[in-house]
Design a protein around this ligand. Structure first.
Ligand code: GDP
Ligand code: FE
Ligand code: FE
Ligand code: FE
Length: 198
């Protein structure tokens, strides 16, 4: 695992340390795995490898932030978050509201990176190459072991868009099976990327 750029004023060591102390060991290993997978997918899809590796590394920076903290940031109107977020939970918050903490603590201002993190849990109707890379790398990194992950890896390494579609279809299926509420963006993303193309 190697980062060569931070896209901020922090050195690589400083950034890695800030990420590490903000989460437990298992989550930190997941972030390293996503970073490695994102770098591979970037190479395969002609995208900036260092940028993908960094975005993958920090995507879950806010995964273990307390609920009260997320709620405080959403309610502070100066941060500009949609108040409807208050009707959701930390699964949805850690990416979207996570960008607040990533800007504040890691000094990342690159809008492509912040957008990819904002979209990493739900996907979106519009997805850039970096959005797709982080979205699927999160799903298939080496530490993931759910049934179907090997098929997800095959599909994704053969074609990035197919990987996005596979993940959205299976996530929607998983959420419905567990009778969970579906975030409108997850459904809208499925309707664009998840359906079979003619
Ligand atoms: P992680 O942060 O590495 O665990 O992965 P993600 O950020 O991709 O997903 C976090 C959680 O959000 C997972 O348990 C997903 O099943 C869940 N999730 C994704 N989309 C939705 C949605 O539309 N509604 C709900 N309720 N949960 C979702
Ligand atoms: Fe996440
Ligand atoms: Fe994901
Ligand atoms: Fe993740």
């Amino acid at each position: 695992f190697l980062l060569s750029k931070t896209f901020s004023n922090l050195t690589v060591d400083e950034l890695v340390n800030k990420v590490q102390v903000n989460m437990d060991e298992a989550r930190f290993r997941h972030c390293q795995g996503v970073s490695i997978t994102a770098r591979k997918l970037a190479k395969l899809n002609n995208y900036d490898e260092d940028k993908a590796a960094l975005a993958g590394f920090i995507h879950d920076y806010a995964k273990q932030v307390a609920n009260e903290e997320f709620i405080r940031v959403i309610k502070d109107k100066s941060n500009g978050f949609d108040q409807d977020l208050l009707n959701w939970n930390r699964a949805i918050w850690h990416g979207i509201v996570g960008t607040y903490f990533i800007k504040r603590d890691l000094g990342i201002t690159d809008s492509e990176i912040l957008t990819a993190i904002r979209r990493h849990t739900t996907g979106d109707v519009e997805m850039t190459t970096l959005d797709k890379i982080v979205f699927v790398a999160d799903y298939i990194e080496p530490g993931r072991s759910f049934s179907g992950v090997d098929e997800a890896r095959e599909v994704t390494f053969a074609n990035l868009d197919d990987g996005v579609g596979y993940e959205l279809a299976h996530t929607l299926q998983f959420l419905a099976n567990n009778r969970q509420k579906i975030y409108p963006k997850t459904l809208a993303a499925y309707n664009v990327w998840g359906i079979k193309k003619e």
